[in-house]
Ligand binder design. Structure first.
Ligand SMILES: NC(=O)c1ccc[n+]([C@@H]2O[C@H](COP(=O)([O-])OP(=O)(O)OC[C@H]3O[C@@H](n4cnc5c(N)ncnc54)[C@H](OP(=O)(O)O)[C@@H]3O)[C@@H](O)[C@H]2O)c1
Length: 334
């Protein structure tokens, strides 16, 4: 089958002819109709994560998929050939920039009835991230004040809608060209980061979702009230994260030192700091699918590329300017 892969870190993504995937126990093979690109794909290509994530080469990139089940492995109970599904795959099982992939049955959810494959493929990784930050970690409740950075990005477009669905008052930072989009998604307060420092406008917030890192992380502390929570998805990773990935002693020390300053500053203000790395979860994705069917969440698509233009799709995402998701569509009429 055809797949877009790299032969070594830093190398460009090129088309490869690879062996057909086989459904092992507890797995299904999915014929991929559409996929989407995440900044993580470019970070993996450059080797930025090679100290903590280990992959064999050639490495097929891609975490998101929408498609149809074409084979089921031993012990699979929930899926049958012909089921329409969507999923985020993770760990050492990535590779959705391909014609087919073997996926753990627990990672899959039914395709929302009101979406075509391109729209569904725009959702998994970013909506699971928003869900795991806002619902699972921060337990956002109605009436709370939530700041979401980069509300026009893949994660931000989902997080604004989900936080509004949870009943929060939502502020977001976006560039000038994306102010209208953020309002349309339901944000109550929209700050153009090119015109105004968010930390001068906002205060007394319950929660911040940090999608930017660096200065934005530190400045976000000033927006939160004591007892508030800062969750970063870009770092620095904290010791709790090091434990979840089973990091060795050396990596644990690097992570502890790397997050020491932000953890100390947060503690001094009575704020909880945490790093979150999303994980595939078909159960969470099924909940998200129901919200999509109910009209509470909708995917935002920046641009759609055909499968043969996968390298260009990766480049568009890596530009950092995408508004919503960059989608890759395999079939013309799925
Ligand atoms: N830990 C995890 O599990 C996890 C999961 C998902 C994503 N991430 C990470 O989170 C980050 C965001 O992911 P994403 O998919 O949302 O990225 P993305 O879609 O590539 O974000 C692009 C958007 O960010 C906006 N932006 C750029 N600089 C900004 C700034 N200073 N303030 C506000 N908005 C700004 C851009 O708007 P303009 O063009 O107007 O600037 C653009 O719309 C990435 O680094 C990604 O790797 C981590």
């Amino acid at each position: 089958m055809k797949a877009y892969a790299l032969e070594r870190y830093g190398a460009p993504l090129t088309v490869h002819d690879l062996p057909e995937p086989i459904a092992g126990p507890g797995q299904v093979v999915v014929e991929i109709d559409a996929s989407s690109v995440n900044p993580l794909d470019e970070k993996l290509r450059t080797g930025a994560f090679k100290a903590i994530l280990h992959y064999d080469m050639p490495l097929v990139l891609g975490h998101d998929l929408a498609g149809i089940v074409v084979a089921v492995g031993e012990g699979v109970r929930r899926w049958q050939v012909g089921d329409r599904v969507f999923a985020c795959v993770g760990g050492d099982r990535i590779g959705t920039f391909a014609e087919r992939i073997a996926v753990a049955e627990a990672d899959l959810a039914p395709l929302p009835a009101n979406l075509d494959p391109s729209a569904a493929a725009a959702l998994p990784l970013v909506s699971l991230t928003a869900w795991q930050v806002l619902v699972e970690r921060a337990k956002v409740r109605a009436g709370q004040r939530v700041l979401i950075h980069a509300g026009s990005g893949g994660v931000g477009t989902m997080a604004i809608q989900l936080a509004k669905h949870l009943g929060a008052y939502v502020a977001t930072t976006v560039g000038t060209a994306n102010v209208a989009l953020a309002r349309d998604l339901g944000a109550d307060e929209v700050i153009d980061y090119r015109q105004e420092p968010f930390e001068e406008r906002l205060s007394g917030y319950d929660m911040v979702l940090d999608t930017r890192g660096g200065d934005v992380t530190t400045k976000s502390l000033g927006v939160l009230k004591p007892g508030g929570m800062l969750v970063s998805i870009v770092g620095p990773p904290d010791p709790a994260f090091a434990r979840t990935i089973g990091a060795n002693w050396m990596v644990r020390q690097v992570i502890r030192l790397g997050s020491f300053s932000i953890r100390r500053k947060a503690r001094a203000r009575g704020i909880e700091y945490g790093f979150l790395f999303m994980r595939p979860d078909g159960g969470h994705l099924a909940e998200i699918g129901k919200l999509v069917e109910a009209g509470a969440l909708r995917p935002i698509i920046d641009r759609e590329f055909v499968f043969e233009d996968t390298p260009a799709a990766l480049e568009r995402s890596a530009s950092g300017r995408a508004r919503g998701k960059v989608v890759i569509r395999r079939t013309v009429d799925a």
